[in-house]
Design a protein around this ligand. Sequence first.
Ligand code: KG4
Ligand code: ZN
Length: 350
Amino acid sequence: MIIFGIETSCDETACAVVEGPGNVLSSVVSSQIPIHRPFGGIVPEIASREHLTQISGIARDALQRAGVEWPEIDGIAVTQGPGLIGSLLVGISFAKGLALTMDKPLVPVDHIHAHIHGALLGLSGEEQRQAAFPLLALVVSGGHTNLYLMRDPLDFCLIGYSMDDACGECFDKVAKMLGLPYPGGPAIEKLALNGDPGRFQMPRVSVSGEGPFLFSYSGLKTFMVNLLRKEGAAGLDPQLVSDLCASFQKAAFEQVFRKLNGAIREFSPKAVIIAGGVSANGYFRKMMLEALSEPFNLPCLFPRLEFCGDNGAMIAALGCNALSAQARHWGRDRRFDWDAYSKYNFMVGS
Ligand code: KG4
Ligand code: ZN
């Protein structure tokens, strides 16, 4: 099955062709980062207009690079949400137009769930065997820090999420305080390479009451604001900034591990997937791989670097699974009466 994937939820216009579910024939991503950087974050109005000018060219490019023609495409998958509403509407409207003109089934997919499928793209045979169910899947991105228990590729049982800021969002805000460019994650990781992660003791955030796997990053962010006021009074020398980045990064990732550790003990998964933009961080990958090998001896899969951030291939991969599962339904009754949504449904098991 060959699926065409479209992603426009935030600041990347992306299209891909995937031979299902994991063989990527092409993946074209146009990033808007340079356009938004002067504003220190994403400007939604500019993002949706930029998607509108880019989407046709990116779609054509993805098809050409894959070396396939429209008759060979079995279906189209598009991000339905969550994301910026204006940006989502561009991708969805384009996808509906394409599906109607080309007479193809159209599958709306969840962006966060798709990040998990992004970790399963281009796996070797050995890696495919490691991705066994049930598994725990963690999506650490700019908008979400979500933990799922999955019993099969389409079963996303949400068991944990952030009560306030997402992990990536916290990186972006802390980077802004330090005067670093948007997006903050890669900038903090780079500076942390020369820093001492043990110089500053950060708070160990613990959220309980509503469930054991809840995350919180607003406390760590406020701690950084106060620390910067104190330490920055005498001026921020480069070594101090590097030490702050290294200590912050360590604390942010230790929280992720503490929650994952508890979930592994409770659910005894056969594998762990860690995906989303933050999973590109090399220090994070090393920390998690080491922590999961001893004492758990659990396989831990990360997406290839090109599939950590937003891309169309992960959308196509999830769409392929959904379309295979619902092939008869989608073939018989091609529905277009659905809308974008920007609000995520936090119901566990939904
Ligand atoms: O998944 P993604 O591309 O978009 C969303 O769906 O949100 O994630 C973007 C987030 C940003 O917050 C960015 O700062 C963070 O991922 N990020 C990183 C790194 N690369 C991207 N955070 C830490 N270290 C990195 N190397
Ligand atoms: Zn994303």
